[in-house]
Design a protein around this ligand. Structure first.
Ligand code: AMP
Length: 392
């Protein structure tokens, strides 16, 4: 059966998932970790719980991909490289060029390269991944799937900041959003679950993981999203601050006597749930702690989520469904209940029995709730593989 591989190349990692298509069965998945370090590792899961792993140095992504392909044949997961007829690459920044996934050619690669300054850690890795797979599988259909493209059609009033307009024109200073593949996937699944066309629904998708973002999906289109120029904006996250007053950045930089880069690092890696609680970036640990600051971190997180949901309900003039996904959204019944209960006043009602569930596609609101509350496990890799199929 023809196969498609979904690839997510990060600065020092390469994650992959191999699907039989069109059946969408996962035949293998894994990760090349610590690329460029003195010692790296490779893990491949396949078959019925079988696993192959090895520790070795990977100087480049290419070396990781070469070992991956070698093992796929050696372990008889595939008979021949020609079985992999599609490669889908997750790309963080698509700028204003890409409003949908595209077949990769030289022009597309040039444009992805031109966007390096919008995602300096990710974009170079994506380019390496694209080139390495092109070399290994020259005949496979290669498709770029952008985190930003689902949001690229947002109305001007939602993607523009209230700053001099020429900064948008000259430097592309605007909201791009992120997690687009996840929001697109869960919105479509939510429509399927409700048995209604996506184009008839007003949905709010809540991707609540270590990175977290919320999107207003109005009649199938992202019309607003909480992440901004970069994924640092929006709601409180595991270690990211989310929205803050920009004046605070310089004020704190001077007080702390740190560089701009270090200040941004603090906002990315030492803030959010971790920064507030001083205990953990992990919602599980905070939920099981009695510490006041753990409770405070959860309250601030919920409060920011509720504010965004409320504002998106106002923007869309109503809502048909709230869709919870990613680590917190899929596992924390408490978060789903607290956020949904904030909208009791407008008839949204959680069913506590139905909500006592994890990681399973299901409706957790009562039958008479004014909007459905859903839990939909995200599956970005599958969305990527499906996008590749469109171009085969
Ligand atoms: P993700 O980035 O989607 O993998 O989500 C990771 C986050 O999900 C973790 O940092 C936890 O905060 C959260 N998470 C995972 N499992 C649970 C759980 N059982 N209860 C609450 N939060 C969870």
């Amino acid at each position: 059966m023809p196969k498609t591989i979904a690839v997510n190349a990060g600065s020092s990692t390469l994650k992959f998932k191999l699907f039989d298509m069109p059946s969408e069965n996962v035949v293998a998945e894994g990760i090349v970790d610590r690329v460029g370090f003195d010692m790296g590792s490779f893990t491949l899961k396949y078959g019925n719980g079988q696993k192959y792993s090895v520790e070795q140095k990977f100087a480049t992504h290419q070396e990781g991909i070469d070992l991956l392909l070698q093992k796929l044949t050696e372990l008889k997961i595939i008979n021949d490289f020609s079985e992999i007829t599609g490669v889908g690459h997750r790309i963080v920044a698509g700028g204003e060029y890409f409003t949908d996934s595209v077949l990769i050619d030289d022009d597309v690669l040039d444009k992805i390269e031109s966007l390096i300054e919008y995602a300096p850690l990710h974009q170079p890795a994506h380019i390496m991944g694209i080139k390495a797979f092109k070399k290994a599988l020259p005949n496979a259909t290669a498709v770029a799937v952008f985190d930003t493209s689902f949001h690229a059609g947002m109305p001007e009033e939602n993607y523009l900041y209230s700053i001099p307009y020429e900064y948008y024109e000259k430097y592309g200073a605007r909201r791009y959003g992120a997690h687009g593949t996840s929001h697109r996937y869960v919105a479509q699944r939510a429509a399927d679950l409700l048995g209604k066309p996506l184009e008839e629904l007003k949905l709010i998708t809540l991707h609540l993981g270590a990175g977290a973002s919320i999107t207003a999906v109005d009649h199938g289109k992202s019309i607003d999203t909480s992440m901004g120029f970069t994924p640092l904006a929006g709601i409180t996250m595991a270690t990211r601050s989310g929205d803050i007053d920009p004046s605070l950045v310089d004020f704190l930089r001077e007080k702390l006597n740190v560089s701009s880069a270090d200040m941004i690092d603090i906002l990315n890696k030492k803030s959010g749930l971790l920064g507030i609680s001083g205990i953990s970036a992990d919602m599980r640990e905070l939920e099981s702690s009695n510490d006041h600051r753990a409770e405070l971190a959860i309250n601030i997180f919920n409060n920011r989520v509720i504010k965004y949901v409320g504002s998106y309900i106002a923007e869309m003039g109503g809502v048909d469904g709230l869709v919870f996904t990613a680590g917190i959204g899929e596992n924390s019944a408490e978060t789903r209940a607290t956020v949904s209960n904030a909208f009791n006043y407008m008839g949204i009602k959680i069913d506590d029995n139905k909500n006592n569930v994890r990681g399973k596609e299901t409706i957790v609101s009562t039958d008479d709730s004014s909007a459905a509350v859903m839990l939909i496990p995200t599956n970005e890799e599958l969305m990527i593989a499906r996008d590749v199929e469109r171009f085969k």
